[in-house]
Design a protein around this ligand. Structure first.
Ligand code: GDP
Length: 300
């Protein structure tokens, strides 16, 4: 995965400079922290996140708890690694299922973030595990969106509930509720609700998503965000957190030329775990997100 390339190269170089020193002095720590700060900002990590991160690294590197068995570079790498894992959510967080089926999973995010594609990926992944997911098409905003979900469902070999022309069109909340009822009748154990994307944060569509959330009481609300989002990631994530109070994050397009900042920023600012990483246009290009593996990728 090319992701984080720049960030990890920069950090590696910073640590290499430190390796020649015998002992960590406050000046070493400050110099290193300054480099880490620069590398993170260049990787599009949001400024408040960078500040908090570097303050913690500095405090720990100068503190008594540093591991004297390691050389200075190793000490800083260890601290940075642990703090990165912390920001990225610590432990891997798995998808939560309802005690009584169906489990309802709602997707939200900006248009083009990869939501519909991820709906297909998720359906396929769940099918492999023996589930019988139903995709529900609640993006009635874009004329072609229902059609697109139909194509994705077919590729994933998953069932789909979509409004008949003239029935429910224009009322995504009703479609969502009906979709959940349909799943119960047809014994689908998981419902995946695709909601309308939007170009920017849009009050009306946010209310629509909030209404769908209220009407279907999902077990998970997943916010899909394009890893290429850069500095906008924080504002977008905050708006969606306020609007739909999402429970987890899907980071999409991690295969692209991402500078990686979005992952760190979104997880840190919202405190919500990244649950999946999407890594391509194919329906198999998805994997559970592992904070420790991502931290290693950043540092390697
Ligand atoms: P939506 O508007 O949020 O539903 O976004 P789509 O699922 O339609 O995706 C928008 C575009 O991004 C499509 O061309 C997808 O093929 C592409 N796409 C989605 N996920 C990924 C991914 O993980 N990697 C790459 N490279 N492209 C993706």
């Amino acid at each position: 995965m090319a992701t984080f390339g720049t960030l990890s190269d920069r950090l590696t170089e910073t640590f290499r400079n430190l390796r020649t020193k015998g002992k960590l002095t406050p000046a070493d720590v400050d110099g290193t922290v300054r480099e880490i700060r620069r590398a993170l900002l260049d990787a599009d990590v949001a400024l408040p996140v960078v500040k908090e991160f570097t303050a913690k690294v500095r405090e720990r590197a100068l503190g008594d708890e540093v591991n004297r068995a390691l050389n200075p570079a190793q000490q800083v790498v260890q601290i940075v690694n642990e703090e990165l894992i912390g920001i990225l959510g610590g432990q891997q967080r798995r998808l939560q299922f309802a005690k009584t089926a169906p489990t309802v999973i709602m997707l939200a995010g900006l248009q083009g973030s990869g939501k519909t594609t991820f709906a297909g990926k998720l359906a396929k992944m769940l099918e492999k595990d023996g589930h019988t997911p139903l995709l529900v098409a609640c993006d009635l905003q874009r004329p072609n969106a229902v059609n697109q979900l139909q194509v994705v469902a077919e590729r994933a070999g998953a069932a789909i509930y979509a409004p008949e022309p003239g029935n429910g069109v224009g009322n995504p909340v009703k479609v969502a509720k009906d979709g959940v009822e349909f799943a119960k009748q047809k014994q689908h154990d998981i419902v995946i609700i695709d909601t309308a994307g939007r170009l920017g944060v849009d009050a009306e569509l946010m209310k629509q998503a909030a209404d769908i959330r209220k009407a279907t009481d999902p077990d998970e609300v997943l916010f899909v965000i394009d890893a290429l989002t850069g500095q906008d990631a924080v504002n977008t994530a905050k708006a969606f957190q306020e609007g739909v109070d999402f429970t987890g994050v899907v980071l999409s397009k991690l295969d692209g030329d991402s500078r990686g900042g979005a992952a760190l920023s979104v997880a840190s600012v919202t405190g919500r775990p990244i649950i999946f990483a999407s890594t391509g246009e194919g329906l198999d290009d998805v994997e559970p997100f592992h904070p420790d593996r991502m931290a290693s990728r950043i540092l390697d």
